[in-house]
Design a protein around this ligand. Structure first.
Ligand code: A3D
Length: 317
């Protein structure tokens, strides 16, 4: 049986970590495409040369030609500019739309049967554009945002409560912007509601709410917090790990339930837009969208987030 093949479009900061993670986890053979000559070739050579140290068997190839992505099972797109301090993700829309247009055409022509995971920002708009241009079915074109936003939320909860992050469960929904919806009601430590634990810790409901509000705010601004510290780009380790988790679920048919930027057809009251919701990811890409009742406050936050996504998508020329 042939090995799986993963194509990475964009060989920058995130692309490099994606390639290394694919190799370390032996997810399949990897080809990295970038328009800069030498960059993908150099990065892939660098990673390939530690196969004996890390103990992985896979072929790693860097390329400037789309022909090399032929036969890819999964394509992960990071081509595009990242934010600089003071920029919002939406400021990238004009330049990254042009890049995404050429990328999607390349994928359509050379990897027509692939599953595509988009990471380029502004995420919700770039996934929409990628699907439109490739014309691939919606279950095969998704975006990574929610796995990372949720992971950030979980991290802050774990730090606050002094527990292992492995025992924290929490999720964000909505668009990948400042209006994303961290779901406080469902945040738990091994099933114990986080709000209950905060109220026990502080013996004060108002204080517990204040602490949770601060974690929600930090989650919403977490990407910007990293950008402000790095000054030269945005987060790259964490988005790479998050996308690999989604790719692995598809490649290995794990059917993990992951917050995914997926096309909605009425779910959560949204029709015709890509928005972050919990999805079952397996061999058929998005195999199911797990819909559940939002309370009035959550629905209002979701509506606000979706309105921002609609405005963003509408602003694409
Ligand atoms: P960076 O290190 O600049 O890498 C981008 C790469 O894209 C560079 O190597 C470019 O040469 C390449 N590129 C540019 N144009 C093309 C093209 N037409 N075809 C192929 N490659 C091209 O950025 P990065 O890796 O840090 O970030 C990549 C993208 O991910 C940016 O848009 C970020 O804003 C975005 N990002 C998303 C998240 C999410 O969670 C959604 C998180 C962090 C960053």
């Amino acid at each position: 049986m042939a090995r799986k093949k993963i194509a990475l479009i964009g060989g920058g900061q995130i692309g490099g970590v994606l390639a290394q993670l694919c190799a370390l986890r032996e997810l399949g053979d990897v080809v990295m495409f970038d328009i800069v000559e030498g960059l993908p070739q150099g990065k892939m050579l660098d990673i390939a040369e530690v196969g004996s140290v890390d103990g992985f068997d896979c072929c790693l190839k860097g390329t400037n030609s789309y022909e090399d992505i032929a036969g890819a099972d999964v394509v992960i797109v990071t081509a595009g500019l990242p934010r600089k301090p003071g920029m919002s993700r939406d400021d990238l829309i004009e330049v990254n739309s042009k890049i995404m247009t050429s990328v999607a055409e390349g994928i359509k022509a050379h990897a027509p049967n692939s599953f595509v995971i988009v990471i380029s920002n502004p995420l919700d708009a770039m996934v929409t554009l990628c699907q439109k241009i490739t014309g691939f079915p919606y279950n095969r074109v998704i975006g990574q945002a929610g796995v990372l936003d949720s992971a950030r939320f979980k991290t802050f909860i774990a730090w606050e409560l002094g527990v292992s992050v492995k025992d924290v469960n929490a999720m964000t929904l909505g668009g990948h912007g400042d209006d994303m919806v961290p779901l406080v009601r469902y945040a738990s430590v091994n099933g114990i509601p986080v709000m209950e634990l905060l109220e026990k810790k502080y013996k004060d409901k108002a204080k517990a709410k204040e602490i949770m509000d601060a974690m929600v705010k930090r989650t919403r601004g977490a990407g910007g917090e990293v950008v402000a510290l790095l000054k030269t780009g945005s987060a790259f380790y964490s988005p790479a790990s998050s996308a690999i988790c989604m790719a692995e679920s598809i490649l290995k048919d794990q059917k993990r339930v992951l917050p995914t930027c997926a096309f909605l057809n009425g779910e959560f009251g949204v029709k015709g837009f890509y928005v972050g919701v919990p999805c079952v990811l397996g061999a058929n890409g998005v195999e199911a969208i797990l819909e559940f009742e939002l309370d009035a406050e959550e629905q209002a936050m979701m509506d606000k987030s979706v309105a921002a996504v609609k405005e963003l998508v509408g602003s694409m020329k």
